[in-house]
Design a binder for this molecule. Structure first.
Ligand SMILES: Nc1nc2c(ncn2[C@@H]2O[C@H](COP(=O)(O)OP(=O)(O)OP(=O)(O)O)[C@@H](O)[C@H]2O)c(=O)[nH]1
Ligand SMILES: [Mg+2]
Length: 333
């Protein structure tokens, strides 16, 4: 038995462009793989697809556990696909290995969207750290765009760094919030509202007065921050993912935001800045990896770390020393 050969990235890219769901699923599996030969093929795939990306509305959705993300995505997703648009849903899960219960929950909470012919839903990859998952999700997003989706929705649960990662890959970052002040204060304290382009208080059907109070509080909080885009004041809306109330308004607002960014070139500038940031993040990660793998560094690293931790050497001295060793050991000159 020989191992399965690495798929031909360029050929797969051509299949993705025809709109084949099977090819799309295989392409995403390829970009999610960490195998060296797969990474090379994924690179070839992305090279072919890159000129065909950029056509989708990139929407990030985040919120605390249980706020109703899955239910909301089903409602919003059906609204989008019913209007004739093609939608892809991706997920960044910072907890990595999702429990079987949660996947099962999503299957039932997104039952209709799962079956909608214009929707493509991809559960989050597992088995890597949050940063790695975000890296793969960004590439999967580009693949979905090249496959002709009009909207790519990236979901993440509102804990940890994954929100920052998602906000850094989308055009519009939507924050879902509970209709009670306690949780709103959480998001405000954690500085997450600063990332939001749009805030939606979900479950407004439970207690509309409480939801209005929460919205008011969030509205005061967003006014403390300078606008993320000139001329865009972050709206705070009420909705119910369960009844569908407010969902069309949410979608209209996402589109209005996209139009506003598109009208004055902000969208292009924003995406360019994100791509450059992404480039540096990858360079940083790659350098760190090479640094730690270098023989000259490996030999000296434990003692250097110990000396820094115990206060015998300053971090700057130790870093300068090891960087010099790294440059000496790795530079061809
Ligand atoms: N009353 C009411 N309940 C809702 C609404 N949206 C979601 N729920 C309920 O809230 C619970 C959690 O909803 P989910 O959609 O699973 O929430 P989630 O944010 O995806 O949860 P995690 O994936 O665990 O982070 C479920 O029992 C939903 O039926 C809403 O608008 N109104
Ligand atoms: Mg969920």
């Amino acid at each position: 038995l020989s191992p399965r050969p690495a798929p031909d990235g360029a050929a797969l890219a051509a299949e993705v462009r025809t709109g084949s769901r099977r090819a799309l699923a295989r392409a995403i599996t390829l970009v999610e793989s960490t195998r060296a030969d797969h990474r090379a093929q994924a690179g070839a795939l992305l090279d072919v697809l890159l000129p065909h990306t950029g056509g989708a509305i990139r929407l990030g959705i985040s919120g605390p556990p249980g706020v109703g993300k899955s239910t909301f995505i089903e409602a919003l997703g059906l609204h989008i696909t019913d209007a004739g648009q093609r939608l892809a849903v991706l997920a960044v899960d910072p907890t990595s290995a999702r429990s079987g219960g949660s996947i099962l929950g999503d299957k039932t909470r997104m039952e209709r969207l799962t079956q909608a012919p214009r929707a493509f839903i991809r559960p989050s990859p597992s088995g890597t750290h949050a940063g790695g998952v975000a890296a793969r999700t960004r590439e999967a997003m580009l693949v979905c765009e090249a496959a002709g989706h009009d909207v790519v929705l990236v979901e993440t649960v509102g804990v940890g760094q994954s929100e920052v990662a998602v906000a850094g890959m989308v055009d519009c970052f939507l924050l879902l919030q509970h209709p009670n002040a306690g949780d709103d204060l959480q998001a405000i304290k954690r500085g997450i509202v600063e990332l939001a382009d749009l805030i939606v208080v979900n479950k407004a059907d439970l207690d509309e007065a409480a939801a209005r109070r929460a919205a008011h509080e969030l509205d005061s909080a967003v006014h403390l921050y300078p606008p993320r885009h000139p001329g865009w004041q972050v709206p705070v809306l009420l909705a119910s993912a369960r009844t569908g109330a407010g969902i069309p308004q949410v979608w209209d607002t996402v589109r209005a935001h996209h139009d506003a960014l598109g009208a004055d070139g902000t969208l292009t500038a924003h995406r360019r800045a994100q791509a450059v940031q992404w480039f540096w993040a990858l360079v940083n990660a790659g350098l760190r990896e090479a640094f730690e793998a270098s023989g000259a560094v490996r030999a000296a690293l434990p003692r250097a770390l110990d000396a820094v931790a115990s206060g015998r050497r300053s971090p700057s001295q130790a870093a300068a020393d090891l960087l010099a060793r790294y440059a000496g050991g790795s530079a061809p000159s």
